[in-house]
Write a protein that binds this ligand. Structure first.
Ligand code: ADP
Ligand code: MG
Length: 259
């Protein structure tokens, strides 16, 4: 195990989180947003993070992206410990190895769909082809010259996902990616994310509080008060009721199990 080279680890384990703690200081009081989180995600795996509002989901995703410093513990992406990078190195690493998708799409209004996708990438001879391939795969080729305002919410999120993929990241991190969408568009985005993991071995960690979104994941991790309460594997049935039941069971106080 210890003889494994970091670059070999990265092939199978794009994300490794160990004992991560994060406390926010607010005036007199401290809020421990993450209280010892461990998480290992395999290549091609789709993990959903569930939990009530304030349970630490966004803080965890920000810590994975290196957007938030952690107080202790370690986040490794592609074998790289984020804490070992300088600010400049971290910014570059994030741009190249981490794809971010947010609830609010965050597209640049003045740029066309294809120019939004192109934005994070270095200009190379292959770039046009890569943009074309992503537009095609995400069903957005006919809309490539449209500005974001001329696209539906679901279409904007497809463009944001394409932008996140253009640098071929080790991992895709998505915070409530369907939160601004109607349920039909939301399900289409979930199906797309599922396909990216299945067909392209993309690795995805997605925050959501909705069972019918989490049901697309391979594994669901439940947070409460910054701690992992439980994790369960999803069947391939994409059954929201199954997820809801497992989730409620995870949140139920342990005392209820006492006979
Ligand atoms: P979630 O995404 O699950 O709703 P968050 O990660 O946003 O939860 O928040 C976890 C806890 O940390 C909450 O108690 C929240 O109030 C607190 N928190 C989050 N961000 C900050 C911040 N920038 N400053 C102070 N407290 C914060
Ligand atoms: Mg949040």
């Amino acid at each position: 195990m210890s003889s494994t080279h970091p670059s070999q680890v990265s092939v199978e384990i794009p994300l490794q989180v160990e004992a991560v703690v994060k406390t926010y200081r607010q005036g007199q009081s401290d809020v421990t947003a993450l209280n010892g989180i461990d998480l290992t995600v395999r290549r091609g795996e789709f993990v959903a993070i569930m939990g009530a509002s304030g349970s630490g989901k966004s803080t965890l995703l920000h810590a994975l992206a290196g957007l938030t410093d952690v107080d202790s513990g370690c986040v490794r992406i592609d074998g790289q410990d984020l804490a070992k990078l300088s600010d400049t190195q971290l910014t570059r690493f994030r741009g190249q190895r981490i794809g971010l998708v947010f609830q609010a799409f965050n597209l640049i209004p003045s740029l066309s769909a294809e120019d939004n996708i192109r934005l994070p990438a270095a200009a190379t001879a292959q770039l046009d082809q890569k943009v074309h391939d992503l537009l095609e795969r995400l069903g957005m080729l006919p809309r490539r010259t449209h500005k974001p305002e001329a696209l539906s919410g679901g279409e904007q999120q497809r463009i944001a996902i394409a932008r996140a993929l253009i640098c071929d990241p080790a991992i895709l991190l998505a915070d409530e990616p369907t939160g601004s969408l109607d349920s039909v568009s939301g399900q289409e985005i979930c199906q797309l994310l599922r396909t990216l993991c299945d067909d392209q071995q993309r690795t995805l960690v997605m925050v959501t509080h909705e069972p019918h979104v989490a049901m697309w994941a391979d594994r669901v991790v439940v947070l409460k008060d910054g701690k992992q309460l439980a994790a369960f594997t999803n069947s391939q049935l994409h059954d929201p009721q199954e997820v809801a039941t497992n989730y409620q069971q995870a949140l139920r106080p342990a005392a209820e199990y006492v006979l």
